[in-house]
Design a protein around this ligand. Structure first.
Ligand code: ATP
Length: 313
């Protein structure tokens, strides 16, 4: 039995290792190359960044030709400002980020960064300017050190630890069985959604990009974790002037944005600051009231339910 099981076990180990490397490749592939339908044009130039102004101009896009998501979508994200994109579920908020990261190509229209059409630029030169904190951070089956270092591969151990401290995840890592050498990801140590997002923040801090996209998790973190995460992001990623786009599901996380863009049915229906949009009494105002009443009904995890929408401010 031993003679037979030993090679089988061994083969099993090799199989698992191979499967794992394939999964890691898959994560990388998903992150970097999937959905990239066109290679760089022969005359593509490197994107020259100035203040990081992003502009959508008459963008049309649908995942399927018969189901348009954006119809002549146009808006501007001013350079260095913090802009939130909100709107009903499924209106295309995350799709805005996917187009900007060039996972997909619009069927018509243009997307510009500093007046350069990003589809005319070298893909890598666009992506290297952008940091993404996605809804669900993909972790590699590797140690924590490597998972953070993915933000900038030539970073030293000390630099990794420094950003982990800033992202408020150092304490968590220190309490793991092998500290920064602890394996996470598939079959590794399980970590919570909040911890994963803090690792993502550390990763992006290491990259230190001039443009930042943050896709808020749909699944509600508990309100304390969410408040800590937002404070953490404000103190780290946003303490430096960079163009940032927040995809938000919970409106209380966007109150302080420089500009809020409200999407519906593939178009911008209104935009402005939180106060201006509340005064306007349109879709944002209605969504705000709805979320406030959900919070009062206890549907949101809120330890102190507000009695009026204003109390959420
Ligand atoms: P939520 O608030 O629920 O996160 P969202 O506003 O971010 O939604 P998107 O994720 O951008 O919406 O999706 C917009 C629409 O496109 C949705 O109807 C969604 O079902 C559809 N969609 C998203 N990804 C794909 C895909 N890969 N293939 C086909 N349809 C997709």
């Amino acid at each position: 039995v031993f003679q037979l099981s030993f090679p089988l076990n061994f083969l099993g180990t090799i199989y698992r290792e191979m499967r794992q490397s394939l999964m890691d490749m898959e994560v990388l592939f998903n992150l970097q190359t999937q959905h990239t339908p066109v290679a760089d044009k022969p005359d593509a130039k490197a994107l020259q960044l100035k203040d990081g102004t992003i502009r959508f101009e008459n963008v049309n896009f649908g995942y399927h030709p018969d189901r348009p998501i954006f119809r002549n979508l146009s808006f501007t994200v001013p350079g260095g400002k913090k802009v939130a994109i909100v709107g009903p579920s499924g209106c295309g908020k995350s799709t805005v980020i996917r187009l900007l990261y060039r996972f997909y190509t619009p069927s018509s229209g243009h997307i510009y960064i500093d007046d350069q059409d990003i589809y005319e630029c070298q893909l890598n030169s666009v992506r290297e300017k952008i940091g993404v904190v996605p809804q669900d951070t993909p972790l590699f089956h590797s140690d924590v050190m490597h998972n953070i270092r993915y933000g900038r591969l030539d970073a030293s151990d000390e630099e990794v630890i420094e950003v982990a401290k800033k992202a408020n995840v150092h304490g968590t890592v220190a309490s793991m069985p092998e500290g920064y050498k602890t394996t996470v990801g598939e079959r590794g140590l399980m970590i919570s959604g909040g911890e994963k997002q803090r690792l993502a923040v550390a990763r992006v801090l290491l990259k230190d990009p001039p443009i930042l996209f943050f896709d808020e998790a749909t699944s509600a973190l508990d309100s304390q974790t969410e408040t800590e995460l937002m404070r953490n992001i404000n103190n780290t990623l946003l303490s430096k002037s960079r163009t940032s786009i927040f995809i938000a599901h919970r409106l209380r996380t966007v109150v302080e944005a420089d500009l809020i863009i409200v999407l519906k049915d593939g178009q911008v229906v209104e935009q402005g600051t939180h106060d201006a949009l509340l005064r306007r009494g349109g879709l944002y105002h209605d969504m705000w009231l709805e979320q406030a009443s959900d919070a009062m009904m206890g549907e949101e995890d809120s330890s102190e339910p507000p009695s009026t929408p204003q109390e959420l401010v």
